[in-house]
Design a protein around this ligand. Structure first.
Ligand code: NAP
Length: 327
């Protein structure tokens, strides 16, 4: 074990769950913080074998206590509804004062579940707004978080040093860190990520259920817009089931507003109100322009994805933020 305190203030990080996000943290941390020791746990032996082949951590454990024994930072990278159960497996295994964090796409429910399982342990929930539609130990890559936002939602009683070191860790991985209230995070992500996923899942389902348009026609002419939805709708079913069940209130609130706005557009089409449609589409175009200006996407027709070598899904897939970096 390194005796150095790395740039982030931590000597050892333990990653729990070596899927897309856990694997990417492992690769990015080893690259950016050479003095940091990176350990990891995954319950699945095949995943551990693949993780060792890919060098996702310095040491990959099959027992969770071994992985976290000397860790100063423990990051839970499992589906949001598994966070509480996994945190309970850490009872009695953590160093006193070790910071517990997670990467869940919903923050309030996850923070409540972890805090209930590990009372008194410093907790700094995090959400890297970066991802692809791919999952598992082969999916991660070191540059996933570069120039993406990572939102931290520490509670009011979280020791400031724990939050500061966790922020430094994510900054070292290339992310831009923002501190936010957990409930506000859940509302912001409901509109920017969760409801867009639900719309993609809906439209792709509707297209495949249509009787008068064949499936081969849908695939053949998908470049008309449909294929961009299919990338998002290919995101991991377990992860997204958990996101909707864990952020139920905010998603339902945003969905209500969305349905009203959809009805207004429906009415404009029915009554041939071209001005209403034109004004609406002009406003939405300006939003797209702002996203490109802020460097959160690429203006090229293929979003620059082919050039980057990755197929650049959006994680939260497209989702939880565009993932147009190379693998
Ligand atoms: P992933 O690639 O599917 O990996 C999931 C990991 O969780 C695997 O290591 C898996 O273990 C483990 N796991 C699954 N169910 C479990 C359970 N019941 N108990 C314990 N471990 C379990 O998923 P991911 O995309 O990395 O997502 C991980 C977390 O990151 C989620 O909370 C998600 O909300 C969040 N997130 C995802 C994205 C994205 O775009 N994908 C972006 C930001 C944040 P096995 O190997 O044993 O199956």
């Amino acid at each position: 074990m390194s005796s150095h305190v790395s740039e982030s203030g931590f000597r050892q990080v333990a990653i729990i769950g070596l899927g897309l996000i856990g694997g990417s943290i492992g690769l990015a941390a080893q690259e950016a913080l050479p003095d940091l020791r990176v350990t990891a746990f995954d319950a699945d032996e095949q995943v551990r074998i693949r993780a060792r082949e890919r060098g996702l951590a310095h040491e990959v454990f099959g027992d969770i206590a071994g992985a976290v024994a000397d860790a100063d930072l423990v990051v839970l990278c499992v589906p949001v509804r598994a966070m509480g159960e996994v945190a309970a497996m850490l009872q009695g295994a953590l160093k006193p004062g070790a910071v517990v964090s997670d990467v869940g796409s919903c923050k309030q429910s996850v923070a409540d579940a972890i805090a209930a399982a590990l009372p008194g342990q410093p907790l700094v929930p995090a959400h890297p707004v970066a991802g692809t539609e791919h999952s598992g130990p082969g999916a991660g890559f070191a540059t996933l978080f570069r120039n993406r936002w990572c939102i931290l939602t520490p509670a009011a009683d979280t020791p400031p040093e724990a939050a500061r070191h966790t922020a430094d860790f994510w900054t070292a991985l290339g992310a831009n860190v923002e501190i936010m209230d957990a409930r506000h995070h859940d509302l912001v992500l409901a509109i920017t990520s969760h409801v867009p996923h639900l719309i993609a899942y809906t439209i792709v389902g509707t297209a495949s259920d249509l009787e008068d348009v064949t499936r081969s026609e849908v695939i053949k002419y998908s470049a008309g817009g449909f294929r961009d939805f299919t990338r998002i709708a290919a995101s991991d079913p377990t992860m997204w089931r958990d996101v909707f069940l864990s952020n139920k209130e905010a998603v339902l609130e945003v969905l209500q507003r969305f349905s009203e706005d959809l009805s207004a557009l429906q009415r404009a089409i029915r009554w041939e109100d071209g001005d209403a449609l034109f004004d609406h589409f002009t406003q939405t175009r300006a939003v797209r322009r702002s996203i490109i200006e802020e460097g959160q996407d690429d203006a090229r027709p293929d979003f620059g994805r082919r050039d980057h070598g990755g197929d650049g899904g959006m994680g939260e897939g497209g989702t939880d933020g565009g993932g147009d970096q190379p693998r």
